[in-house]
Design a protein. Structure first.
Length: 486
């Protein structure tokens, strides 16, 4: 534990949904749900307006529609989210060389290592400066937690939501944690929480009072020891600048179970190509190919094959995945398929040779097998064995929420499509709410477009945070809760 709250945790507020609201003036202040829109779709993020109606992440989209029938349901635009995430991470990198990203919208920062904070006042000033910079550059809000450990910093940012900042002063950790639910602690999920509840422990105070020996008896030595330390507010984990990925994988859940063996194999081969694309984007190669199959009865099978050496060859990965599929019975139907590569390594000379030799094949397969899909705008295969209906094709070409450009009307986004029509609202992030027009799905003047930036003219933060005070700053906000900046 540090004597000063110099570990910062940033968590962007309802990131995907907030980005969509910032991009679409007509959706600001309204319920927005981002996720898969098919019968088996799952909510990725819900705006705070939707959360007040009971919608939350990981909820089936069908259930969300029952709770919030009038919400806007949008397919994720990951290219936009990655762009905004890069902007945020660049700002964090200006605060310290030790930035530990946890996801696109969440990261730890060691302010002490960057010399940007050495006490509570300078930490608070840095946190408030960061929140202001993020809003100016991206137009979005993020919540900041500051504490002497990673665990407490993350708890602080959660308590500060939405759009707030909370500092946990050293020495106040146990008092703050005591009344909180045991579920606030890292590693305490629903199963462990229920187990502790049955033992009469529902708050962090209960865990601290029970003692280490009792927790070890209940949940095992390793977990019990760690749980007791966390209940006392103790966490010595450092901020790690680079978190090496242990695997690269892709998977798809299908709206309707796949029964055609030819279609299943085609999907596996397509996923293998996408997996290699991600592998190469990360400048890695891998030695073990893994196939994941979830069948009609929700049983999940995994098969793996270890190669003679690391590879990023699409042919090798595709053929290995196809071999693994031969050992799996899919006659009852398949609802999910996934292909992954583990045992990651940096490129070898052989890998580089394979990359050059097979670049044409990747491009050719992309042209032959890819078409836009409603699930996040990724590219999907359209096997001849199972031709899609015209409505499904329309949804794939015009996913709800995705950007379009019309030669006469300009930039807009898809409100919905079906029965041979696509409905578009024409507006930009910096415009007033726009008008809605409907077109044929094959209108030659309408085409998919790239997302626009959320801020029309981003301010120059090239010298930031040099102007931030390093110590004894008066700061802003309150250490007692998540108070927003003006």
């Amino acid at each position: 534990m540090r004597p000063a709250p110099t570990i910062l945790h940033l968590d962007m507020d309802a990131f995907y949904a907030s980005a969509e609201q910032a991009a679409k003036p007509s959706l600001r202040g309204k319920a927005v749900v981002v996720g898969g829109l098919g019968p088996r779709g799952v909510v990725a993020t819900a705006s705070y307006e939707a959360r007040r109606l009971g919608v939350h992440s990981a909820m089936p989209t069908a259930q969300a529609r029952r709770l919030a029938p009038n919400a806007a349901y949008l397919v994720p635009r990951f290219s936009l989210y990655r762009t905004v995430s890069d902007q945020v991470m660049e700002l964090l990198g200006r605060l310290s060389p030790l930035v530990e990203p946890l996801s696109l919208d969440e990261a730890f920062v060691d302010l002490e290592a960057g010399g940007t904070a050495d006490d509570s006042a300078s930490a608070r000033a840095t946190g408030e400066g960061l929140r202001a910079a993020i809003r100016a550059v991206t137009g979005l809000s993020g919540s900041v937690g500051l504490a002497g450990s990673k665990m407490l910093a993350k708890i602080a940012s959660e308590e500060a939501k939405p759009d707030g900042l909370l500092v946990i002063e050293p020495g106040t950790e146990r008092e703050l944690l005591a009344p909180m639910s045991v579920r606030i602690l890292p590693g305490v999920g629903p199963a462990t929480g229920d187990h502790l509840r049955r033992a009469g422990m529902t708050t962090v105070h209960d865990l601290a009072e029970a003692g280490e020996a009792e927790l070890v008896r209940l949940v095992g030595k390793a977990h019990g020891h760690g749980l007791f330390r966390m209940a006392l507010g103790l966490d010595d984990r450092p901020v790690v600048a680079e978190r090496d990925a242990k695997s690269v994988s892709v998977e798809d859940t299908f709206d309707v179970d796949l029964h055609d063996r030819v279609r299943v194999r085609a999907e596996v081969e397509r996923l293998a190509v996408r997996c290699v694309e991600r592998l190469r984007a990360a400048d890695r190669s891998g030695r073990t190919v893994v196939l994941k199959v979830r069948r009609y009865d929700f049983s999940t099978l995994t098969r793996s094959e270890t190669l003679r050496g690391p590879t990023d060859d699409p042919t090798v990965v595709r053929e290995a995945a196809a071999r693994l599929l031969e050992s799996v019975d899919t006659t009852g139907g398949v609802r999910l398929l996934g292909v992954g590569v583990t045992g990651l390594a940096d490129y070898t000379q052989e890998d580089l040779f394979a990359q050059a030799a097979d670049a044409r094949e990747l491009a050719q397969r992309a042209l032959e097998h890819h078409a836009p899909t409603p699930e996040g705008g990724e590219e999907e295969a359209v096997p001849e064995a199972e031709a899609d209906s015209a409505e499904q094709l329309a949804a794939r070409r015009w996913p709800a929420g995705h950007d379009v450009h019309h030669e006469e009307h300009g930039h807009g986004w898809v409100q919905g499509s079906g029965i041979g029509r696509v409905t578009v609202r024409f507006e930009e992030p910096w415009s007033a709410p726009g008008r809605v027009l409907t077109f044929r799905i094959d209108d030659p003047l309408l085409r998919p477009a790239d997302p626009l930036p959320l801020v029309r003219e981003s301010p120059d933060y090239s010298s930031w945070p040099a102007s931030l005070p390093k110590s004894r700053s008066s700061g802003a906000g309150s250490s007692e809760g998540g108070e927003s900046s003006p």
